[in-house]
Design a protein around this ligand. Structure first.
Ligand SMILES: [Zn+2]
Length: 238
């Protein structure tokens, strides 16, 4: 193969390699942020449960205060009942007593209901804490593993850039700028193989003359349709 063409093929390969690093980095960073997000969500659910428990405890306290109030009231009704005589007063007091007792039983029912909620939420909180710990640990472990991968990518990138510099330094500036011009629009398909007599950039069939020139590999040939640099694909089975 022509020396310059060979350099162009190699440069194109290394540029493709370099461009592939970014999605690799993004993929690992994404997996890390997903893992920490999961742990954070688990922590949020703990906070939510804590709020619910706090709310139920406050309601229970209010009902307990109400019970204490009602018990005082019942005591005072008991005292009053000893001193009154008229049937009308007795009846009124009985009514008051019944009402207070009814409120007492309501408050007791409410306290029992709230205690069940508190117990249930406390149980959920224990589980949520376990889950949070698990997820946090998993995220941290993943982060440590990924740290190694990050380092490996960094090394690969440095090696790729060194290789690219080596190729670029050996190239003629004229050919390099010709390639860069095509690369501006064709990006990583500026240098493409010919397969089955078709340009692998625009996928159009090339004429026999161009195909023969590409096959000879003696010159830098561009696709007559799209202008990309063409080379003979040696991996293609003839
Ligand atoms: Zn083409």
């Amino acid at each position: 193969m022509n020396k310059y063409l060979n350099q162009l093929v190699k440069l194109s390969e290394i540029n493709r390699e370099i461009d592939a690093f970014e999605p690799r980095i993004q993929k690992i960073e994404k997996s890390i942020s997903v893992a920490f997000e999961k742990a954070k969500n688990a922590n949020d659910s703990i906070e939510l449960l804590e709020d619910e428990i706090k709310d139920s405890k406050l309601k229970r306290m209010k009902n307990e205060a109400l019970l204490a109030e009602l018990s005082e009231k019942l005591k005072s009704i008991g005292k009053k009942s000893a001193s009154i005589k008229s049937e009308k007063e007795v009846k009124a007091l009985q009514l008051e007593e019944e009402l207070a007792k009814e409120h007492c039983s309501f408050a007791n029912e409410e306290i029992a209901r709230l205690e069940k909620i508190i117990e249930l939420k406390e149980g959920e909180k224990v589980k949520a804490k376990e889950l949070h710990l698990e997820l946090q640990k998993a995220a941290e472990e993943l982060n440590a593993t990924i740290e190694e991968e990050r380092e490996a990518i960094k090394e690969d990138m440095q090696a790729a850039y060194a290789k690219k510099n080596e190729i670029v330094n050996a190239m003629s500036p004229k050919i390099l700028s010709f390639y860069e011009k095509i690369r501006k629009w064709a990006h990583n398909s500026a240098v493409v193989p010919v397969r089955k007599q078709a340009c692998y950039g625009c996928f159009m069939r090339i004429n026999d003359k161009t195909n023969a020139l590409v096959a000879a590999s003696e010159d830098i040939i561009t696709c007559p349709h799209c202008g990309r640099i063409l080379y003979r694909d040696t991996t293609e089975v003839a």
